[in-house]
Design a protein around this ligand. Sequence first.
Ligand code: UDP
Length: 356
Amino acid sequence: MQKIITVVGARPQFIKAATLSRQFPKVGVEEKIVHTGQHFDSNMSDVFFEEMEIPRPAYHLEIHNLSHGAMTGRMLEEIEKILLNEKPDGLLVYGDTNSTLAGALAAAKLKIPVIHVEAGLRSFNMEMPEEINRILTDRISSLLFCPTDVAVENLIKEGFENFPAQIIKNGDVMQDAALYYASKAENKSQILQKIGKEKFVLATVHRQENTDSDEKLKNIVNGLNQINRQMRVIVPLHPRTRNLMLQLNIIPEFTVIDPVGYFDMMMLEKSCEMVITDSGGVQKEAFFFGKHCITLREQTEWTELVENGFNILVGCNIEKLLQAFSVSQNKKSDFSKDLYGNGHAAERAAKEISIF
Ligand code: UDP
């Protein structure tokens, strides 16, 4: 396999794509990137391409601010045109967004092999749009790169061994990114000077399952307000959450900042006392940087973090959140365990893709 089209569209995908894009020239794979435009603010998109030196997208579709169906449909149509024109040997997608599903579907219908990085993850909550996207994408992929043993087991339980697909456990590319960019972040980021020296909890909230319910969102803000009375809480707020809080007139007592670039985010993760989040990526980054995490969800795809005591699931229950906060404050853990491949996931995946 030589020529790959990579479809990305959302913040975590830029971070994941950075790791493989860096490996492809080393193994002789030509890559062209399609940016669907799902995330488009400069602090949700451009900053990652610049800081992480991701190759400029060959195509920019600028599809955003649409309902799930309309967004996925428009992407499907545009990606199909590109694939017909480029005739790649494979199409690469990451994670679980509408851009992932649209890319995979466009390619599979044209009989272009689909490569899915971050395959096999499951929350077993079909109310999450991400769960629908990841299940469907996995099913039509030819090469499934799983970050963890649990992800491999999930695919096997679903019968994937009987499908014409190759399952490879390569580790988590987000750990590659965290390790590779950590020293650059130390040199370039100014965020710690800006926020001051006070101890803080780092929190992020953006999952649709939390933001689309007024009650859940109010509970989460209320819980973070209460924690903020004990220890400063800093929240780089996702635009979706910010808009909904404005509409519902939910007033935070904690420190809200605009979404930050990857370098700033890494420095915040490294320097905080603990992390509170509903993000998939941030749960793992907490672990990479040796911090306990409290997850504002009922399930997680990264169950090994919970099983090993690094992460506590609290949903949007304020009492559970406050209890987890006090438990995590006094807890000591050994974060040296190798759960995610220790930084070689992209290298392994790129090699496999080059010989596929
Ligand atoms: N992130 C960032 N700036 C922020 C918030 C998050 O760079 O203000 C990064 C974070 O470090 C992680 C990724 O974005 O690498 C996670 O993306 P997100 O939480 O949007 O999506 P999820 O991982 O839940 O799919």
